[in-house]
Write a protein that binds this ligand. Structure first.
Ligand SMILES: Nc1ncnc2c1ncn2[C@@H]1O[C@H](COP(=O)(O)OP(=O)(O)OP(=O)(O)O)[C@@H](O)[C@H]1O
Ligand SMILES: [Mg+2]
Length: 308
């Protein structure tokens, strides 16, 4: 399938001389939710800014819907809605005026029905006549989303949509983003929150110091790199790991009442069977067993360590 966004060998050096992007290659597939995950200063906002025509690119090329973002800027930009990281908007104007104006910026005719749908979808309809400055922080963020959707974009960039948003509103935004995806909008979001990428994304790209160090289907990433941890709750506490079990990656925990086994979920199924056999042979009785998948956070930390 032809990617809806194609980024080739993109670099960016700011006027200060700082190189924020070092040859980024990235394809975004039509209809996916792609999460760009990386620490502060990794280059996420720079990358989005370039695709959206706000930041001037260095070397390399980008197409959006087949349109080159430089040669064919208007066609490319009209496909994109951007929810910026920084909250800036016309605070004195009402919610509906803000959203209607964003549509106008793209040269589209006014469409009150469209504006109404967007505001209702984002639970902003009862605030439509309120000046933006009277809204809470979370609502202001939703106004930014409404503005980004006013011109019916095929692609939506969300630059840290849920930074500083409470848990409930975050869940609410996630479901709104999913609904947009179901309507056919391609979504690219940036986040520091591993939980958010894990919850939302079909694919995840990890960016660090201006380089994309990995892109992978989320499920595949979890399968490949996800270590699992199995906690065996023992009937009787142990003082040490018994000698017959020394060959397994085991550690005692919780005052000897638990044995913790770490293993690679993709390759070490046999290890589990052998462990249970050895446990039985050593006469160790279990009360309970729990397993836990490593989080993306742990994967991320592991990846960065590997490269440094
Ligand atoms: N206008 C600018 N001039 C000089 N350097 C800049 C400029 N904008 C960004 N940078 C630098 O480029 C790097 C990448 O910044 P960017 O905003 O893209 O990071 P980010 O991944 O979005 O970070 P965050 O998670 O904090 O939003 C940072 O080191 C930043 O200081
Ligand atoms: Mg940023």
């Amino acid at each position: 399938m032809v990617p809806i966004i194609s980024i080739k060998n993109l670099t960016k050096t700011y006027a200060s001389g700082f190189q924020a992007l070092k040859g980024v290659n990235l394809d975004i597939r039509q209809g996916e939710i792609f999460a760009l995950l990386g620490p502060n200063g990794a280059g996420k906002t720079t990358l989005i800014g370039i695709v959206c025509g706000i930041v001037r690119p260095g070397e390399g090329s980008i197409t959006v819907g087949g349109h080159d973002i430089i040669r064919d800027y208007r066609a490319a930009r009209s496909l994109i809605g951007l929810v910026p990281q920084e909250l800036f908007t016309s605070y004195f104007e009402t919610v509906s005026a803000n959203v209607a104006m964003s549509r106008g910026l793209f040269g589209l005719a006014p469409d009150p029905a469209r504006i109404e749908k967007v505001l209702k979808d984002l639970s902003l309809w009862d605030k439509k006549d309120s000046p933006v400055m009277t809204l809470s922080g979370g609502m202001k963020r939703r106004v930014l989303i409404a503005k980004a959707l006013a011109h019916e974009p095929k692609i939506l960039f969300l630059d840290e949509p849920t930074a500083g948003v409470d848990v409930e509103l975050r869940r609410d935004m996630w479901s709104q983003v999913r609904r947009l995806r179901d309507e056919g909008v391609t979504i690219i979001l940036t986040t520091h929150y591993i939980e958010e990428a894990e919850e939302m994304a079909d694919r995840i790209g990890i960016i660090s110091k201006g380089e994309i160090i990995l892109t992978e289907d989320k499920a595949e990433l979890m399968r490949k790199l996800g270590r699992k941890e199995m906690t065996l709750h023992l009937k009787d506490a142990l003082a040490t790991v018994p000698a017959p079990l020394a060959g397994h990656r085991l550690a005692l925990a919780n005052g000897g009442r638990e044995l913790v086994f770490t293993y690679d979920s993709a390759t070490e199924r046999d290890g589990i069977a052998a462990l249970f056999g050895d446990l039985a042979a050593a006469g160790i009785l279990l009360k309970d067993v729990h397993t836990r998948q490593s989080s993306l956070e742990e994967i991320f930390v592991g990846l960065l360590k590997e490269r440094s």
